[in-house]
Design a protein around this ligand. Structure first.
Ligand code: 13P
Length: 257
């Protein structure tokens, strides 16, 4: 089995309810069915999830994801949303470990391992994000840094659990900066990630895992990124808030992935 290709929208904390649902409608109504093995995923804020799920439930190429969830199943955690609540809505994916959450909410490897396991217990698919800050890349330590972020979380999973995980390499210096990793820089890291998976699990499993690139992905650079053999799609922030731009990235994926 080959890794599936995903183009994932991370709306972050953008779009209130009505503009968000309008954007989703604009995107899905313009999208011709994707070939087997390719999916478009939209991760809006929590308030959109139920409507978004209803609007996309008859499409086999469009799925909805959440941007986070709590580590516990239920309880006295004011303001939080649990993985079982997302599973109840038939949400398919949950982004975990985004650098903005590591930075702003102190999420670390131990916490993220527990979150991944909770999400997997609910039969949801985690999209596990990781990536190095600028200084680490300047120091030439990016592979060691990423290996640590992989090992402290993925190293705690069984092969069966790992098969359900999507990975997203998002170098922090490329997020929201307009500065994308070059296709060669991104491919070098993606090849490194796949070799980590082969070493830790097996070559067969490594080939099945979807590895997304994230960080200033836009229509002008998507095709070159998707042409790289170890890049299976993208996690898109800013450009996913515009229907034409996001659809252009999805179309680049249709051609290349
Ligand atoms: P940008 O595409 O805005 O750089 O954001 C990337 C990202 O953080 C997606 O999760």
């Amino acid at each position: 089995m080959k890794a599936k290709s995903l183009v994932v929208a991370n709306w972050k904390m953008n779009k209130s309810y009505v503009p968000g649902i309008m954007l989703l409608n604009q995107i899905i109504s313009a999208l011709d069915p994707l070939p087997e093995g390719q999916e478009m995923v939209i991760c809006p804020p929590y308030i959109h999830l139920q409507t978004a799920q209803t609007l996309t439930k008859d499409r086999f190429d469009v799925y909805i994801g959440a941007q986070n969830c709590h580590v516990q199943k239920e309880g006295a955690y004011t303001g939080e949303i649990s993985a079982p609540m997302l599973a109840d809505l038939d949400i398919k994916y949950v982004i975990l470990g985004h650098s903005e959450r590591r930075r702003d909410f102190g999420e670390n490897g131990k916490m993220l391992t527990a979150k991944l396991k909770q999400v997997l217990r609910q039969n949801l698919q985690p999209i596990y994000c990781f990536g190095e800050p600028l200084q680490v890349r300047k120091d030439g330590q990016e592979q060691a840094f990423v290996e640590q972020q992989l090992q402290e979380v993925l190293g705690q999973l069984s092969p069966q659990q790992m098969e359900q995980v999507v990975l997203a390499y998002e170098p922090i210096w490329a997020i929201g900066t307009g500065q994308t990793a070059s296709p060669e820089e991104a491919e070098a890291m993606h090849a490194f990630i796949r070799s980590y998976l082969a070493k830790t699990f097996s070559e067969e499993l490594a080939q099945k895992i979807t590895i997304l690139y994230g960080g200033s992905c836009k229509p002008s650079n998507a095709s070159a990124l998707f042409a790289q053999p170890n890049i299976n799609g993208a996690l898109v922030g800013g450009a996913s808030l515009n229907a034409d731009d996001f659809l252009a990235i999805v179309e680049a994926g249709r051609e290349k992935l």
